[in-house]
Design a protein around this ligand. Structure first.
Ligand SMILES: [Ca+2]
Length: 186
């Protein structure tokens, strides 16, 4: 009987986890093997790091000289405005002077080609001390938009930028899991 109960519990948990994960509207949110579906203007400072990640290895790593400012822009996400959305990301930064934030960019059309306004931005409280920090924001998308893209940005002010991003989640509020613990060090 005990074995059957454990099996029922595990199956139930797996079903719930699968349902929640399926609601993440971002492609390649865990950077398992590459940076596909994410875009940047200065690709020489970005790479996929298969030795570090949160909660699992594989993350987007930015290393750049002083004063470099660059970000990863997600694939275009078609979504209706006027609804609440959650954006959640995990960041680890080894530098002292970096400025790190994530932004929801909104577009009036359905192909991320017209607009690009910043609907909402979350600023990580740096320095992070090289431990993993989770940031999240909830906002209401402006009415009338047709699509959004997520922008993950690091700026190294006066020092070498050395930032890892991982496990990025975006979707209608309540559809993506929110970790209650706000700060974790591996
Ligand atoms: Ca990962």
């Amino acid at each position: 009987m005990r074995h059957r109960c454990w099996r029922t519990l595990l199956v139930t948990c797996a079903l719930h986890a699968g349902a929640a994960a399926a609601q993440n509207l971002l492609l390649n949110p865990d950077f398992d093997s590459d940076l596909s579906h994410w875009h940047t203007n200065t690709s020489n400072v970005w790479s996929e790091d298969n030795s570090v990640g949160f909660p699992a290895a594989g993350s987007a790593h930015m290393v750049g000289p002083a004063d470099v400012s660059d970000g990863l822009l997600s694939d275009c996400i078609v979504i209706a405005g006027g609804q609440d959305v959650d954006l959640i990301a995990n960041v680890k930064d080894a530098s002292t002077f970096s400025s790190i934030n994530m932004t929801i960019r909104t577009y009036s059309d359905g192909a991320c080609s017209s607009g690009g306004d910043f609907a909402s931005q979350y600023n990580f409280a740096t320095p992070l001390g090289n431990g993993w920090m989770q940031g999240s924001l909830t906002t209401t998308l402006p009415a009338g938009i047709g699509s959004v893209a997520i922008f993950l940005r690091t700026s190294g002010f006066g020092g070498m930028a050395d930032t890892h991003w991982d496990h990025i989640r975006f979707g209608p509020t309540g559809s993506v899991p929110v970790r209650l613990q706000s700060f974790e060090v591996l």
